[in-house]
Design a binder for this molecule. Sequence first.
Ligand SMILES: *[C@@H]1O[C@H](CO)[C@@H](O)[C@H](O)[C@H]1NC(C)=O
Ligand SMILES: *[C@@H]1O[C@H](CO)[C@@H](O)[C@H](O)[C@H]1NC(C)=O
Ligand SMILES: *[C@@H]1O[C@H](CO)[C@@H](O)[C@H](O)[C@H]1NC(C)=O
Ligand SMILES: *[C@@H]1O[C@H](CO)[C@@H](O)[C@H](O)[C@H]1NC(C)=O
Ligand SMILES: *[C@@H]1O[C@H](CO)[C@@H](O)[C@H](O)[C@H]1NC(C)=O
Ligand SMILES: *[C@@H]1O[C@H](CO)[C@@H](O)[C@H](O)[C@H]1NC(C)=O
Length: 406
Amino acid sequence: MLTSNVSWLVIFLTSVAPVRSGSLLGLATITNIISGITDILTTNSGEHNNTLPEDATLNITELADKYGYNIEEHTVETDDEYILSLHRIPAQCNETNKVVFLMHGLLDSSDSWLLQGPGYALAYILADEGFDVWMGNARGNKYSKAHKSLDTNQTKYWQFSWDEIGMYDIPAMIDYITNVTSKNIYYVGHSQGTTSFLVMNSYKPEYNKKVKMMFSLAPIAWLIHTKSLIVKLFTGDIIFQYFLSMLNEPSNFEDILSNLCKILLSSCDDKIYFFVTNNKLTNDSMLDIVKGHFPTSSSTLQLIHYSQLVQSKRFCRFDFGVEENLKRYGSSKPPDYDVGKTTVPTVLFYSNSDRLSDIADVMLLFNRLPNVYDTYLAYKWDHIDYLYASVAKDTIYAKIVQYIKE
Ligand SMILES: *[C@@H]1O[C@H](CO)[C@@H](O)[C@H](O)[C@H]1NC(C)=O
Ligand SMILES: *[C@@H]1O[C@H](CO)[C@@H](O)[C@H](O)[C@H]1NC(C)=O
Ligand SMILES: *[C@@H]1O[C@H](CO)[C@@H](O)[C@H](O)[C@H]1NC(C)=O
Ligand SMILES: *[C@@H]1O[C@H](CO)[C@@H](O)[C@H](O)[C@H]1NC(C)=O
Ligand SMILES: *[C@@H]1O[C@H](CO)[C@@H](O)[C@H](O)[C@H]1NC(C)=O
Ligand SMILES: *[C@@H]1O[C@H](CO)[C@@H](O)[C@H](O)[C@H]1NC(C)=O
């Protein structure tokens, strides 16, 4: 199966290649992509259990109910009229309570903070400590698909990347939380949840004042050294151009991923394998639960924006092409984000084996952040282990609780 899938890919690549002149891939890039695909297929080899565990099928309110946690849903409207869902596990009547805001990564949702279950998942651990726990949902994900005038079947709805998530969504959610609780927050971001935080402060540095501390799990800003296949796939011009030509406009990335997985994987229930490697910190029974929740919807532009960073080797705004850039930014190239404006004390949790958030890229961020309070190296962790590895509770979650209590 492995061989036949790979040769399928070669045919696919070579047949697509002539479609776009001027975007012929170098042999090295093709080899790179094929070796990445081989990784996916190897990870995805064994037989899969098609009976999903119950927790794979429950939404966030059902999960919290099942495990006896009180959960609230709040809606927040952004300045550009997207309507977002916030989920909250409120503190049990304690006036001195601290407020923690958790922000998920790319293609993810508030679910990710609960999936490991009581005693293991960060949201429950923080709630058990007596903290007031809020979980955000970025525009376009399964809980935040509403808009005052646009519908998700319209291209205009999907016209955003994590730039807009940082400019509008995060500030709107922080305003709402600080308003309801009259307290400043502790921010925990995973992956894109860290990128969008840096973007927010670059535009609106006044938000530093509303945040007591930032916990950055698998930080993403510069992507010069990333080894992530899914991001690299979109920098290999041909596949990128091919899918773009199929779409020709921004849309839900889930649709593209479904097309990709039909070509490359045996079953589209297994899209998760685009994002994990052979690591065993997140065990198989946990992965079966995660499969029911990840990936969720997001805009194609979020992924394309990340891929642009790989190519430009910069941490900058979306590149619309010279003409549109001149109109929007007054310069032919997109402007850089100013990471120096994130002045809140920050703790960076990173790993030496995260393919997406490479240690060398985290160091670039570290060197530019003005107020790094501490760093923590998670040894041999994968990108999703920050959420789903059972060792997270005694390591990084324990650290987070300790810093908040200090
Ligand atoms: C498949 O998963 C279900 C739910 O987790 C479990 O009850 C069942 O025993 C598993 N079957 C096999 C063959 O592993
Ligand atoms: C979860 O599902 C239940 C029942 O299907 C529904 O009432 C509830 O609104 C859902 N929660 C969310 C956050 O979508
Ligand atoms: C309220 O929270 C503080 C700090 O977490 C804790 O010391 C105190 O015991 C809590 N009080 C109640 C009534 O739960
Ligand atoms: C989009 O969906 C709305 C309802 O959700 C429907 O009224 C409208 O006709 C749809 N538009 C298109 C172009 O499919
Ligand atoms: C904060 O609360 C005040 C008073 O309840 C309200 O007028 C204001 O619109 C709220 N702001 C936000 C951002 O929710
Ligand atoms: C898998 O991990 C989860 C939490 O991450 C844990 O509850 C469960 O016991 C683990 N299962 C096995 C078989 O180790």
